[in-house]
Ligand binder design. Structure first.
Ligand code: FRU
Length: 489
């Protein structure tokens, strides 16, 4: 039984940290980044993640492991992959990001082995398998793909494997030589009959100076007859860190025709998303809610190292397509199981004086607002969360221009900035879901048509939640505030 191997009972040691989220996954201790190997396998959801078990800095990547029956309540498992071979053992490398698939009852993990020999970087695509989902064996014939395609540069990583028309395919992120010394980003496609021998088919995404210098963590899947490519570009000119493309795919020729591009989440902290199918066949996505130091706003990943952990994963979000073929992301239904006490208001009148709202747990709640623009004479609406006096993370809605912003310039002592997002108001209506969880604030606008996710690091006493208009009044159709329980309890 898989549950015999659960290593850590977090119920007993949760609760003391100020910044540790209650309903977002964090590693038991130390550093975590990308989600890896997401899969529903033999009745359990498996979540692996980039992990440094030694301390709160990025180094020597392992695959941490957790399992769940519902994608919400997680249990810690023993580390799945350790860097222990010539090809992956390196303090500046290790077992980098990758994916999982099942074939004939066997779990296949594909990962990038990253190592330096001399000063030269080697990134190769490797395999480990498991029957029980607990013990993993690295394939003796590793690496499966020992070299990047001709003309590409050494950064070559993050395999994502899937099946289509009776064959296996893999997308891998990379970069080719260009005028830019850091290269020009690519997503490469490979094909296989048996998951062991892989044949290069070409690039399905080429930056050509427009989309970034290196594509990390690509994913490729079908949704409503379209093929969706997602990846995290480095140095995208507009800092789109979670790029998506909607298009048509011809696997015979390897040709991908892009019809639309967008951004999965315009917040400061949403990177390296990976998708999988849940037990009902829904496409679900989880990302790392942080960023890298090359992003201009990223300051040393915040202060959570003092609590001996660093790195948060997003809630699992269902992926869907709008009628205009735009991607929408919305928390999975299972998440409702964490709902606790609720407050509900109809025709709520907001004015220039701040009005305070009191969720039972002011650090861990969800707040839904249904707004009818016609009923509001004020141009702006502001909602403050995790506040105390002048400090707060502010969600500002400009109803005239149709702009929703997440403003963290007064949130804490660690990071500044404001992310703006232009939104459509269908028939004059706007729906906003705000999720607050100790050090994360997420906005889902119009059922996830736009998402804005950011970390903030408020002090313990920052527990105010308020609503106000800078001038004139506003009547809000509906407000529902629900406290959320910890999934560790
Ligand atoms: C993305 C990433 C991947 C890499 C991993 C290393 O956040 O840089 O490209 O595999 O992190 O931890």
């Amino acid at each position: 039984m898989l549950s015999e191997y659960v290593v850590n009972d977090r119920v007993k040691n949760s609760g003391n940290d100020n910044w540790r989220p209650k309903y977002h996954f964090t590693a038991p201790v130390s550093w975590m980044n990308d989600p890896n190997g997401l899969i529903y396998f033999k009745g359990w959801y498996h979540l692996f993640y980039q992990y440094n078990p030694k301390n709160c800095d990025w180094a020597s990547m392992h695959w941490g492991h957790a399992v769940s029956r519902d994608m919400i309540h997680w249990k810690d498992m023993p580390i799945a992959l350790e860097p222990d071979r010539d090809y992956d053992n390196d303090p500046e490398g290790g077992c980098f990001s990758g994916c999982a698939v099942e074939k004939d009852g066997l779990l296949y993990l594909f990962y990038t082995a990253s190592a330096k020999h001399g000063n030269k970087l080697y990134q190769t695509q490797c395999l480990a398998t498991s029957r029980d989902g607990v013990h993993f064996e690295k394939y003796a014939g590793n690496p499966l793909i020992s070299r990047h395609p001709e003309g590409a540069l050494a950064p070559f990583r993050d395999p994502k494997v899937f099946s289509a028309s009776g064959k296996w395919y893999m997308v891998v992120g990379g970069t080719v030589k260009s005028e830019n010394p850091e290269g020009d980003g690519r997503v490469f496609l490979y094909e296989s009959e048996d998951l062991y021998k892989w044949q290069y088919k070409g690039a399905i995404l080429e930056s050509k100076g427009k989309l970034g210098t290196m594509m990390e963590c690509p994913d490729f899947f079908e949704l409503n007859g379209k093929w969706i490519l997602t990846c995290s570009p480095m140095n995208h000119p507009e800092y789109n860190k979670a790029l998506y493309c909607v298009g048509g795919m011809d696997f015979e020729s390897g040709r991908y025709t892009i019809e639309k591009m967008g951004n999965l989440d315009v917040g400061f902290d949403y990177y390296a998303p990976q998708s999988f199918l849940d037990e009902h066949g829904n496409r679900v996505m989880i990302a790392w809610q942080n960023g890298w130091l090359w992003m201009p706003w990223c300051q040393n990943w915040g202060p959570t190292g003092v609590e001996n952990w660093r790195g948060t994963l997003s809630l699992p979000r269902v992926v869907s397509l709008s009628e205009n073929d735009e991607i929408c992301l919305y928390p999975v239904r299972e998440f409702e199981d964490l709902e606790d006490e609720a407050l509900e208001y109809e025709n709520y009148e907001a004015g220039t004086q701040r009005q305070y709202l009191y969720p039972a747990d002011a650090k861990s709640f969800r707040m839904e607002l249904k707004i009818d623009v016609e009923k509001i004479t004020s141009r702006y609406l502001e909602i403050g969360v995790l506040g105390k006096g002048e400090k707060a993370t502010v969600i500002a809605v400009d109803l005239l221009q149709g702009i929703v912003s997440l403003d963290k310039s007064r949130s804490d002592l660690y990071g500044r900035g404001r992310m703006n997002c232009r939104v459509e108001m269908k028939d004059g209506k706007l729906a906003i879901l705000i999720l607050v969880d100790h050090s994360t604030v997420e906005l889902y606008i119009n059922k996830g048509r736009h998402c804005i996710t950011s970390n903030v690091y408020p002090e313990k006493e920052q527990t105010e939640c308020w609503i106000a208009t800078p001038y004139k009044n506003a009547v809000i159709d509906k407000i529902r505030i629900v406290s959320l329980k910890s999934f560790w309890e």
